[in-house]
Design a protein around this ligand. Structure first.
Ligand code: SAH
Ligand code: SF4
Length: 445
C-alpha cells in the first residue's frame, strides 16, 4: 500500500503560501495527510521561488537532502512546483534523476491526478503549460473552510510590469484580475466562518481591474470589502507605486477597517536606476505619494523593498537611496543585493560594480535602517494598541498574541477566549520582531 503521508516545503512569497494551502486541500481530497517530518512521508513536495539566486540555491539544496530518502525508499515520490519548476520544466527531470514530478505555477490544480499517475504507473511526469485566461479565472484559489481569524484572499495573479530585473512575469504569466463578485462572495463566506481580517494579495494588487472597464477599481473593491459585516480589518499586498491612485490613497483616510500600514516597494532612490529598472515612476513621484498618504492618515506606517547593486548603480545613486530612507523613515525595509535572473533584460546589462562594494553598501544601508526601525518600534512603548488576537502565543506561559494595525506581533498575558477579538493592549516593551504588551487594568478594579 502507498504511504499516503506528505511533507511540503514552501519558499518565497504569499502567492506560494496560498498555493501551498491549496496543495494541502487538494491532496487531502485524495486521502493524503500532511506530516512535519520528511522521513515519515511517501510524498515530498517543494513549492519553490525563483526571484533571487539565494532562494533557488536553497531549494536545490533541500532537494538534494531528500535524495538519500529516495535511495532508501524507491516508492517515495519527490515533486517540485512553483517558480523554479515553471522556469526549468522538463530539464529538472533530466538534471535530477531522483525527481518524479514537476508542476508549474498554473498547474497546481492538476496535482491530484499527477501524483496518482506517478504512484500508480511509476512514471515521471512534468506539467508546466501556461493556461488561457478563461481557464485561469475558473481556478482562482478559494480560501474558505479554514480555521483562522486572518486569511489571505487572492484578487489577481501574474504581472505585466516587466521590471527589468524580475523573473515574476515569466514564471507567473500574464496579469489577470479575479471577478470582484467572486472575491466579495468569498470574503462574506469567510466572515460567516469567523474570519475577522483579510489580506488581499497579488503581485501587484493595485492594478486590480485596470484592464477591464466593467470591473471595480482596487479602491472600489476595498470599499466593498469594508462594508462586509464581520470583517474588521483589511490589509493588502503588494502595491506598485505607479498604479497607486488618489482614490486608493484616500481609502487610508476614509475606510475605518483598513489597517494603517502600506508596503510600497521603491527599489531604489535614484531616477537613473529606477528608469533602468523600468519601474515607471520617479523618486519625486514616490515622495509625493508618501506625502499624500501621510496627509490623509498621519500615523500610517510604510515598509518597502530595496535592491542594492543594480547594474550601473554608482555611489551617487546609492547615496540617493540612503537619503530617501532618511527622508521617508520606513518602519522596515526588505533589502536585497541584486541577483541577475536569466531571461530578464537586466541580465544583459554589464555590471562593473565589485561584489564587495555592493556588500558594503548593503551593510551601510542595513545599519541606517536598523536605527530608524528601532526608533519607530520603541515609539510604540507606552501606547495602547488595538490588537486582533489570533490565538496562543509561541511564548507559552498563558500568553496570547495578535497584531497591531501596523502589523507588529504583540504578545501578552490574557485569556484564550479573546481570540478573534480586537482588544486594546498596553505596550510595555519592544523587541526586534515583536512587542510585549499587557491588558490595561479595568477602571474601578
Ligand atoms: N510584485 C512585487 C514584489 C515582487 S518580488 C513588487 O512589484 O514590488 C519581491 C521583491 O524581490 C521585489 O520587490 C524586489 O525588491 C526583490 N527582487 C525581485 N527581483 C530581484 C532580483 N533579480 N534581485 C534582487 N532582488 C529582487
Ligand atoms: Fe516583479 Fe516588477 Fe512585477 Fe513586482 S511589479 S512582480 S517587481 S515585474
Amino acid at each position: 500500500m502507498n504511504n499516503k503521508a506528505f511533507y511540503l516545503e514552501t519558499f518565497g512569497c504569499q502567492m506560494n503560501v496560498v498555493d501551498s494551502e491549496r496543495i494541502v486541500d487538494l491532496l487531502g481530497g485524495i486521502g493524503y495527510r500532511q506530516v512535519d517530518k520528511p522521513d515519515q512521508a511517501g510524498l515530498i513536495l517543494l513549492n519553490t521561488c525563483a526571484v533571487r539566486d539565494k532562494a533557488v540555491r536553497k531549494a536545490y539544496g533541500h532537494l538534494g537532502r531528500f535524495k538519500p530518502l529516495k535511495d532508501r525508499n524507491p516508492e517515495l515520490i519527490l515533486g517540485m512546483g512553483g517558480c523554479i519548476a515553471q522556469q526549468e520544466g522538463k530539464q529538472l527531470l533530466e538534471e535530477f534523476p531522483y525527481l518524479d514530478l514537476v508542476f508549474g505555477t498554473h498547474n497546481v490544480h492538476r496535482l491530484p491526478e499527477l501524483v496518482q499517475k506517478v504512484a500508480d504507473k511509476h512514471v515521471r511526469c512534468e506539467e508546466t503549460d501556461f493556461l488561457d485566461r478563461d481557464t485561469r479565472l475558473q481556478l482562482f484559489p478559494s480560501r474558505t473552510g479554514q480555521d483562522a481569524y486572518t486569511r489571505f484572499v487572492t484578487v489577481m495573479q501574474g504581472c505585466d510590469n516587466f521590471c527589468s530585473y524580475c523573473v515574476v512575469p515569466y514564471v507567473r504569466g500574464r496579469e489577470i484580475s479575479r471577478p470582484s463578485e467572486e472575491i466579495l462572495e468569498e470574503i462574506r463566506e469567510l466572515a460567516l466562518q469567523g474570519v475577522r481580517e483579510v489580506t488581499l494579495i497579488g503581485q501587484n494588487v493595485n492594478s486590480y481591474g485596470l484592464k477591464d472597464e466593467a470591473e471595480l477599481s482596487f479602491a472600489g473593491l476595498l470599499k466593498q470589502v469594508n462594508a462586509i459585516n464581520g470583517i474588521e480589518r483589511i490589509r493588502f499586498t503588494t502595491s506598485h507605486p505607479k498604479d497607486l491612485s488618489d482614490e486608493l490613497i484616500d481609502c487610508f483616510g476614509s475606510l475605518e477597517k483598513l489597517c494603517k500600514h502600506l508596503h510600497l516597494p521603491i527599489q531604489c532612490g535614484s531616477d537613473k536606476i529606477l528608469r533602468a529598472m523600468n519601474r515607471g515612476y520617479t523618486r519625486e513621484r514616490y515622495l509625493e505619494i508618501v506625502d499624500c498618504l501621510r496627509r490623509v492618515c498621519p500615523d500610517i506606517r510604510l515598509t518597502t523593498d530595496i535592491i542594492v547593486g543594480f547594474p550601473g548603480e554608482h555611489d551617487e545613486d546609492f547615496t540617493e537611496t540612503m537619503a530617501l530612507l532618511e527622508e521617508v523613515r520606513f518602519a522596515e525595509i526588505y533589502s536585497f543585493i541584486y541577483s541577475p535572473r536569466k531571461g530578464t533584460t537586466a541580465a544583459d546589462i554589464e555590471d562593473e560594480t565589485p561584489a564587495e562594494v555592493k556588500q558594503a553598501r548593503f551593510d551601510r544601508m542595513l545599519e541606517l535602517q536598523q536605527m530608524i526601525s528601532r526608533q519607530t518600534w520603541e515609539a510604540d512603548v507606552g501606547t495602547i494598541q488595538e490588537v486582533l488576537v489570533e490565538g496562543e502565543s509561541r511564548m507559552g506561559e498563558g500568553q496570547i498574541f495578535g497584531r497591531s494595525t501596523w502589523n507588529r506581533i504583540v504578545n501578552f498575558t490574557g485569556p484564550a477566549e479573546l481570540a478573534g477579538h480586537i482588544v486594546p493592549v498596553k505596550i510595555v516593551k519592544s523587541y526586534r520582531n515583536s512587542l510585549l504588551g499587557e491588558l490595561p487594568e479595568k477602571r474601578g478594579s
